[in-house]
Design a protein around this ligand. Sequence first.
Ligand code: PMP
Length: 453
Amino acid sequence: MSFLLPIKTTVYFNQYKKMDPASLHPRAMNYARFLTSVSAARKPSAIRMLTELQQRSPPSMISLAGGAPNPNTFPFLSCSIQMKSGDTLTFDKDMMKRALQYSASSGVPELISWMKTLQKDLHNPPTANYTAEKGQMDLCVTTGSQEGLCKVFEMLVSSGDNVLMDTPTYSGTLAALQPLGCNLINVPSDQYGMIPAGLKEVLSRWDPADVHNPHSTIPRVLYTIPNGGNPTGASMTTQRKREVYELARQYDLLIVEDDPYYFLQFDKPWAPTFLSMDVDGRIIRTDSFSKILSSGVRIGFVTGPKPLVDRVVLHIQASTMHTSTFTQLMVSQLLHSWGQQGFLNHIDEVIAFYSAQKDAMLSSADKWLKDLAEWHAPAAGMFLWIKLKGIADTQQLIMEKAVEKEVLLVPGCVFMINSSDPCSYVRAAFSLSTPQQIDVAFERLSVLIKEAL
Ligand code: PMP
């Protein structure tokens, strides 16, 4: 698919300035309170630290350290990647050697610094200027945001913990969390995301004073997808975010802001993020390049208070060691050649594509499903969440009958805490199929629904 439309670009920076002044005083965070025993036991790897050091050393440094193989023995020489714009990304011999070698667990420095600047410019987080002890904003690269989420959960969630989330939610999050043996507690939500009054009600089971009791079951982690939710397409309003953040302060919660569809918000200005409101250093944000640059490069980011990002890096040290140096350097070279404005121009082209796809899906839904189903137009992302009227559970219809009719959708139960509960929804993605294919798919779905009723 090529994105060559000349599109006008306007940059909006989400600087969150309307916080009640009384709440602007950062609270002292005790990050040790949130760590699992696994995370607390993770020790820095001396060899990995030497790799970081080597990355920052002058060429005169002689390294007899580490177990890095000699890249002269590798069969690859150089590489050039043709861009759709006509430009070329070139890896000369030296760059190629670096790309094929181990690198720091936190990410390659030029990608980290580019991304930190972007985060500061887009979100202006209050934590950007804090000291490390106070929870200054930091960032590391992960192998997609999925790895970031898994590491964050490994760091924060123990067996028996109560974890708050609005459901239906991303099945990859359920897959990462459920085997940890935690209790997932649903917070009510609607097409505007998590409902603060619902969160308050759920939290009223506990006394905020219990945060000082290490034996209390009080939740410590809240997870949400604030934009273009997967599967619901729901986006949270700014007012709701403010209220949820205030409750998080009251109950000393960390908020995991999983925002891979941030860059796929159809309307400007983009919504202020939780990170932009984070006076305390209680937001851990996961970003992804999967939907805007490439899903196969596997590049995501964890942004949050330095003490927690440092710990995520320890988890990476002990597993993947680092995200592919090759893809990090490829993406970094592209971003540096584009500059921030070039990156945002590209995003505008991607948004124009998905917005047109969304409109096509909505008009086909109107045409074929009007009396058979209900849905809300998403403000971001790539999904339409459709409730089939009169069908209590879509599982069999979608997994058997729809497959026979050659239309693939995802049954709603996949996104529920308890996947065996009946669910009358289906998720339709408007990312890959053409408007014509979407139209035919919805026509087939309408026939199926009528047959089932
Ligand atoms: N979070 C959500 C809500 C998602 O929808 C996805 C991808 N489907 C991810 C995280 C993981 O994305 P990636 O690892 O490709 O960055």
